[in-house]
Design a protein around this ligand. Sequence first.
Ligand SMILES: Cc1cc2nc3c(=O)[nH]c(=O)nc-3n(C[C@H](O)[C@H](O)[C@H](O)COP(=O)(O)OP(=O)(O)OC[C@H]3O[C@@H](n4cnc5c(N)ncnc54)[C@H](O)[C@@H]3O)c2cc1C
Length: 492
Amino acid sequence: MPQKALIIGSGIAGLATAARLAEAGHQVEVFEASAKPGGKLGVIGDERYRFDSGPSLFTLAHLVEQAIKDCGKNPADYFQYYRKDTACHYFWEDGTRIKAYADQQAFANEVQEQLGTGKEEVLQYLRKSAYIYKYTEKVFLRKSLHRLQSYLHADTLASIIRMPNLSLTGNLHDLNRRKLKHPKLVQLFDRFATYNGSNPYQTPGVMSSIPHLEHNVGTFYPLGGMHAIPQAIYRLGKDLGVTYHFNQRVERILSEDGKAIGIEVDGEVHQADIVVSNMDVVPTYRRLMPEEPAPERTLEQERSSSALIFYWGIKNSFPELDLHNIFFSEDYAEEFRQIFEQREIGDDPTIYLNISSKEGEGDAPEGCENWFILINAPGNTGQDWDEIIPRVRKQVLAKLTRILGKDIESLIEFEDYLDPRRIESRTSSYQGSLYGAGSNDTFSAFLRHPNFSKRLKGLYFAGGSVHPGGGIPLCLMGAEITANLIKEDYAQ
Ligand SMILES: Cc1cc2nc3c(=O)[nH]c(=O)nc-3n(C[C@H](O)[C@H](O)[C@H](O)COP(=O)(O)OP(=O)(O)OC[C@H]3O[C@@H](n4cnc5c(N)ncnc54)[C@H](O)[C@@H]3O)c2cc1C
């Protein structure tokens, strides 16, 4: 039966849930605090340089197409993308460089050539990575972990009997040290922990499934940049009849007799049968329904890491760089100890450098590049960011100047930054975490907030802070789970 559904927030999961519910016949309205759709998938820049302000790495692109197809539309009318031949360029201080080709054999050959070892290890690692992904995706990512019927499917049972082979216990770094001999190869595969903001020295070995995404499935680039992803789903929703309200910050979720009955915006009540919060789950409880008993253990779950980002317009071009580049720290263990234990950024952070002007025409003037530099950082717990930011900027400039052999500071002609405080205040993401709840604990998946409220009928959640977690692909999977739960709950 058609219901009135109100969505709080137009992050990628809010947009995708809205479109799916509209396609199912519900009357859907989205209330967004900021002026534009997309949440963390924003854009900044000036008339010369364009930057995607948040995500830069696009994996599992077919999920965007699937969302469009599931809504009965032709993906090509909304969204286009291509697969990259090279996933990433890796750099070390001692001059070692590795091009991580998307093609497994080419990547393994490159590793052998640059490190003098590792070819067979890499191929074997990627085979196992694909195996683990195949059997964990169905259990942990595609269904609600909090509804009994999810466990009654044959494919779930097939995964459960394989659990002992899925590296669920032991940490990723120890697993990588067992499987890979060369320390640089260990570091390269450890870095996949940062895909969901976790620590390779703590996160379970099951995260060794993540390289499968980059090296077996591939990395992709959307025409028009990353912001084209939420734009496509926004347009899809519009075509399906979703109404969007921008610059409308939701202040309360209203409830009566154990049921969500609407929201309050600017003192005005909007009634509904269904409310979906795409806002981070912590501020959803704390700010929008402070009188409701909150699931404290869930809200106290450790958060994923945050980031410090520098956006630099660079008046030069660097042929040795690609879309994705990583400049590793000398002491990875110390770097992560600083982030997760000291809640600091150390003196030699690993640098992720993304240059979309390598792909997108118009993202930088001729002969120039738009550098997006991301440093992993702890969440905002009151650190002195005004001291940290200039210190890290100096270290980043020195490291890039050393490795690339050109003075970088003198090339900067546009500059902006994003820090955990800004991420937190701009998108209401608790502590400015990039991916919601962290994944350092073996049981993280089960500790994450469900896609529905256990106390209030009609209240649901979608987005990085709830199951199955953050990152564009998981947010899209989560939106599908949330929409399916609503469809099931309101089937008659
Ligand atoms: C710097 C950075 C780099 C990242 N890199 C990657 C990457 O390379 N690849 C990847 O896959 N993922 C990456 N991520 C993570 C990814 O961006 C997020 O997991 C994902 O975009 C989160 O989407 P979401 O649906 O949870 O909502 P969000 O994007 O968090 O949006 C929530 C929306 O709700 C709105 N809102 C909040 N409160 C209210 C309210 N009270 N009323 C109305 N509206 C409200 C906000 O304004 C916002 O628009 C990155 C994130 C950041 C910040």
